[in-house]
Design a protein around this ligand. Structure first.
Ligand SMILES: O=P(O)(O)O[C@H]1O[C@H](CO)[C@@H](O)[C@H]1O
Ligand SMILES: O=c1cc[nH]c(=O)[nH]1
Length: 238
């Protein structure tokens, strides 16, 4: 049953999986928020765990950085392990003047500079979008918790260190809120596999104000996003 990247047996992974880029963030969630935790993967140190949260089974696994890595892990979860929904919980750089450090962004859609969609041979440009049902649940929970959730478009880039600063200006002019590196591959895999996905991002850097979170702010604000994603998972159908 194992894949080249995941040693789990079928049945060891919950229907809903939270995916941070960093496998140590997955470990942190398992250790601090889940009970009855079982580790299902350590291949390449891409840790994966299943446990209980509010009486519901939830898994959490790292995706690694970039679309090829997210592409592999999410495709395997959807197609080999019968996972129904994946909620990415990542960090992002803000483009918009209306977004502040520690804000949580929910990506209703994601642009990309990657050619990931070329595999589908489409006669035009594909628009990767979040699952509306998941997004509605997250938005409702955020309102109940009085959290500032910014819902909008993002861009998933293949390039972290871009020497051309004008690239950000051009996305910003299209009202793109923030930059990550994985959401587009996740949304495309979900669409292709007939599954559900949502990407939540905590703003760790502002690319115009040149601000970034301290280690302590990072930990606290990521915890808000983690509980928002876990509460969303718990509110989903089994
Ligand atoms: O914090 P994560 O989820 O890794 O997300 C962001 O951080 C990494 C870059 O530092 C990229 O993976 C980007 O998408
Ligand atoms: O600037 C940033 C910060 C986090 N993640 C990104 O992809 N870019």
């Amino acid at each position: 049953m194992a894949t080249p990247h995941n040693q789990a047996e079928k049945g060891q992974i919950a229907k809903t999986v939270l995916m941070p880029g960093d496998p140590l963030r997955a470990k942190y969630i398992a250790e601090n928020f889940l009970t009855e935790v079982q580790q299902f993967n350590e291949v390449r140190n891409m840790y994966g765990y299943t446990g209980m949260y509010q009486s519901r089974e939830v898994s959490v696994m790292g995706s690694g950085m970039g679309m090829p890595s997210m592409g592999i892990y999410s495709y395997e979860l959807y197609t080999k392990y019968d996972v129904e929904r994946i909620i990415r919980i990542g960090s992002a750089g803000a483009l918009s003047d209306d977004i502040a450090l520690m804000d949580i962004v929910a990506a209703i859609g994601t642009c990309t500079d990657s050619n990931y969609a070329s595999q589908y041979g489409l006669p035009g440009t594909f628009a990767p979008t979040a699952d509306f049902g998941l997004l509605k649940i997250t938005d409702r929970i955020a309102q109940e918790k009085n959290l500032s959730l910014k819902v909008g478009n993002i861009v998933s880039s293949d390039i972290f260190y871009n020497e051309d600063n004008s690239v950000n200006d051009r996305w910003k002019k299209m009202n793109v809120l923030a930059v990550d590196m994985e959401a587009a591959a996740l949304y495309m895999n979900a669409a292709r596999c007939g599954k559900k996905a949502l990407c939540l991002l905590t703003i760790s850097d502002h690319l115009y104000r040149h601000e970034s979170l301290t280690a302590m702010q990072r930990q606290n604000s990521f915890q808000e996003m983690m509980t928002l994603a876990l509460d969303t998972a718990a509110a989903c159908e089994a």
